[in-house]
Ligand binder design. Structure first.
Ligand SMILES: [Zn+2]
Length: 385
């Protein structure tokens, strides 16, 4: 008789554990963890750490001054010598400030589990905990050491965790990101746009609009021209977008304004497009005589190009098929820490976390019955890597 497929075996182990998965999720969600409130985030970190400490793993808190501490968990079976490293990546911070839970509580209804941070992405952390349990029960030896990294500031740009993420990624052979999947079918995110922010600051010359118009240089007029120009760089089919999301300048209508400023959101699907966009922005020149332009910023996260996920996705698909599930993929406009690891040249598969909807909103939820299979998928990916 042929041995059962590993993913199916993991699912068999994990399906009966759904009640524990839900109670662990509850423990993680009822301690709020806003990115910007260190003491609250640290409280959540302690709860998440405690859950991992119940297992035979090394748990390290990586102290931060202004943000919640990051959490690194390492596991490899002592009997074998690891032949490499796999990184499982995610964040425990949420976009919700303390007190949100009083308005949108943790609750289970109609096959969905609701609560701030359930979908993005505390259920992902829960699935990883139980994937580890399944791996620890499996007779099949693991080839690689596994590092689980849970950071505290993904929702605000990962300033304090970026170096750590990149260092761990560089010592890894593959990265599995437990950010939420997409849509009701739980599509994995095999490509993500790179994301940036830039500022155009125009310095003109102030003057009286009525008495000495010839002596002024209007910074707002110049900015309007620049914005009209950069709008033409947008290329939707290629995934290049620019959005002037904030604009300011001037004091009153009879003063020729000496300063104006626009803040732009930048996105691109390909690294080459990102670089071209940055070059073009910094090459902008004034159109009105007497104006000085100042350009700041650029891309913060490079695109996660599909080629960085392709091989891992194929494997995920065939492992999912072992459980009778068809796994799809998608491209999304938003970035994650998966963009950082892919930019290090490490194969990265993102969107492996929860199936649900409503991230960053009071409707945030996870589809309960999907949790064991997603945990099993992760276990099977880790074991076969
Ligand atoms: Zn997230």
């Amino acid at each position: 008789m042929r041995a059962p497929h590993p993913a199916k075996l993991f699912l068999k182990l994990l399906a009966p554990r759904l009640p524990q998965m839900l109670s662990t999720l509850r423990n993680f969600v009822i301690v709020e963890s806003p990115s910007l409130e260190k003491s609250a985030a640290d409280r959540c970190n302690r709860i998440v750490s405690a859950e991992w400490r119940k297992r035979d793993v090394r748990v390290e808190r990586i102290p931060q001054r202004h943000r919640g501490d990051h959490l690194r968990i390492t596991w490899w079976p002592a009997k074998s010598r690891p032949s490499g490293q796999l990184l499982v990546l995610g964040h425990y911070d949420t976009v919700y400030e303390t007190g949100t839970l009083a308005k949108t509580s943790f609750r289970i209804a109609g096959g969905k589990v609701y609560g701030p941070g359930t979908f993005d992405m505390k259920a992902g952390i829960v699935q990883a905990v139980f994937a580890l349990d399944a791996l620890q029960q499996s007779a099949e030896p693991l080839r690689k050491r596994i590092v689980f990294l849970w950071t505290s500031d993904e929702e605000i740009g990962s300033d304090s965790s970026r170096k750590l993420i990149e260092t761990e990624a560089r010592s890894s052979d593959a990265v599995f990101v437990l950010e939420p999947s997409f849509g009701p079918r739980g599509l994995l995110k095999t490509a993500r746009k790179g994301v940036g922010e830039a500022e155009i600051i125009v310095h003109g010359r102030a003057s009286h609009a009525g008495l000495a118009p010839e002596r002024g240089v209007n910074a707002i007029h110049e900015l309007a021209r620049q914005i009209a120009r950069i709008q033409e760089w947008k290329d939707l089919p290629s995934g290049v977008t620019l959005n002037a999301g904030l604009i300011e300048g001037g004091t009153r209508s009879n003063v020729i304004p000496e300063r104006a400023r626009a803040v732009l959101d930048l996105r691109a699907l390909r690294i080459a497009d990102m670089q071209r966009l940055e070059r073009r922005l910094h090459a902008l020149r004034p159109t009105l005589p007497g104006v000085r332009l100042e350009i700041r910023g650029g891309f913060n996260r490079a695109p996660l190009e599909r080629k960085m996920s392709a091989t891992l996705f194929q494997r995920a698909q065939s492992l999912a098929a072992q459980m009778g599930l068809s796994l799809g993929e998608c491209t999304v406009g938003g970035g994650s820490d998966g963009n950082l690891t892919a930019a290090c040249g490490i194969p990265t598969l993102d969107g492996l976390g929860a199936v649900g909807d409503g991230a960053h909103s009071p409707r945030e939820h996870v589809i309960v019955k999907t949790m064991p299979a997603r945990a099993a998928l992760l276990a099977a990916l880790l074991q076969s890597s």
